[in-house]
Design a protein around this ligand. Structure first.
Ligand SMILES: [Zn+2]
Length: 442
């Protein structure tokens, strides 16, 4: 129970870089042929060359993805369809503007639906990517659309650039999910400004230009790439694999790539300020912490010359030390006192057990409590020794205080601060024995 409480207190803010839909087009399916509906309704932009204007905008949106020059994916225009289209898994990749079935809710600019086949295209980082079989895109007729040229000229009052939204939707077509979802703490500027950010601002054309997160995401699907694995991994192959160690410890990391022969160098950023420049590298973690590793691999190939691919594992390293235990207490009322836990919880996942041991004035163990900050009522007045033991994978830390329990009305606070004990000594033993008894009691 105390474990569940702790997790809810300690879970750090999560964040992610590019995400994939785990649907991907395979080389045999290239170029991906797209067709466009000729049903032009009045929310669409108008301008010179009206006959092919919408088609030209769509083509530009596809072209925008090809700044990712190391990613090998192609599409081609397959013709105009003279009918009003909706999402249909018919093997034709269609683009439509009227939402005839009314499938898009208000506020939705456009949507892409890509169907996977049952075939596995590849497995990357333990995730199964299926071969895409059909992809349809529908833009909402409830939205006022604008030309990129007009938006850039400042001729815009609340409209959305069709090109910008189409560029985002085609990211989904190719297999990218959002860099940040609605409501996520999107605490990385690059992800917040990505074309694949979950929403698009009115009167903005920024989504026409991919940023490095978008390029990394599509390159991971269609270009040379490399990832890595490290020693000390818990649950290797799972999505939430972490590397765990008790400080100080050395992590050994190896590059993994289907393009291994192209790799010419690497730079590792270990998350604690340290860097390395070997392709396979070691690093010693000396301080407790939750660390993210980024590595940028350099390579060269015939298609795009020099390439660089950066790969992040967020919160990948959990380096635990023995918990640094501190507590204070506060009088509540009568002989009831609140025990206030000031143990350092800045490193996620390094605390799994908590126990307060209360020793009566005669020295006998009066109570053991497994809770983060319990309120405790002493039996009688007197001087009680209170020991807080906090355990985790790196070991157990402890602190103690003497509480002079006085029966009085609940006004004013009495308290002082306990600092960590120099060594575990007998307190560690008390802790372990106490726990063993608890477990037998079930
Ligand atoms: Zn989207």
């Amino acid at each position: 129970m105390s474990r569940a409480l702790l997790l809810s207190l300690l879970v750090p803010a999560t964040a992610s870089a590019w995400e994939h839909t785990q649907r991907v087009w395979v080389p045999e399916d290239m170029p991906v042929v797209w067709e466009i509906s000729d049903y032009v309704e009045d929310s669409l932009p108008t301008g010179p060359g009206t006959e092919t204007l919408t088609q030209d905008i769509i083509q530009k949106a596809f072209d925008n993805w090809h700044v990712a020059e190391c990613a090998e994916f192609t599409e081609s225009f397959g013709g105009v369809i003279s009918e009003n289209l909706t999402f249909t898994n018919d093997g034709r990749n269609t683009i439509a503007f009227d939402d005839p079935a009314g499938e898009l809710a208000g506020g939705v600019l456009g949507a892409n639906l890509t169907w996977p086949s049952s075939q596995v295209a590849f497995v990357q980082d333990g995730k199964v990517y299926r071969r895409s079989s059909n992809s349809d895109t529908v833009f909402n007729n409830d939205v006022d659309w604008a030309l990129t040229e007009d938006v850039e000229a400042g001729v815009c009052s609340g409209e959305h650039s069709l090109e910008a939204v189409a560029t985002h939707e085609f990211g989904h077509l190719w297999g990218l999910d959002h860099s940040c979802e609605e409501g996520d703490p999107c605490n990385n500027q690059d992800w917040a400004e990505a074309t694949m950010f979950w929403t698009d601002s009115a009167c903005s054309t920024s989504s026409n230009s991919l940023n490095s997160d978008d390029v990394s995401g599509i390159t991971a699907l269609y270009g040379p790439y490399a990832t890595f694995q490290c020693s000390n991994e818990l649950a290797p192959g799972e999505d939430d694999t972490i590397a765990f160690g008790v400080v100080p410890f050395t992590l050994r990391c190896n590059m993994i790539s289907k393009n291994e022969e192209q790799i010419t160098g690497a730079t590792w950023f270990w998350g604690d300020g340290g860097t390395s420049d070997q392709v396979d590298a070691d690093h010693e973690y000396a301080e407790p912490g939750n660390y993210s590793i980024q590595v940028c691999f350099d390579g060269v190939n015939d298609a795009c010359g020099d390439w660089q691919y950066c790969y992040n594992k967020i919160g990948y390293v959990r380096a635990c030390g023995v918990p640094e235990v501190e507590f204070t207490y506060q009088h509540v009322d009568g002989l009831s006192y609140k025990l206030l836990n000031d143990t350092d919880i800045s490193v996620y996942g390094c605390i799994s057990e908590i126990q307060w041991d209360i020793f009566a004035p005669g020295g006998a163990l009066e109570a053991s409590i497994q809770a983060w900050e319990p309120e405790y009522t002493f039996q009688t007045e007197g001087e009680y020794r209170v020991v807080l033991n906090v355990g985790g994978p790196a070991g157990t830390g402890a602190a103690e205080l003497t509480v002079d329990a006085v029966n009085r009305a609940g006004e004013g606070y009495g308290g002082c601060s306990a600092t960590g004990l120099a060594s575990l000594g007998s307190f560690g033993l008390i802790f372990l024995a106490g726990l063993a008894v608890r477990r037998r009691e079930g």
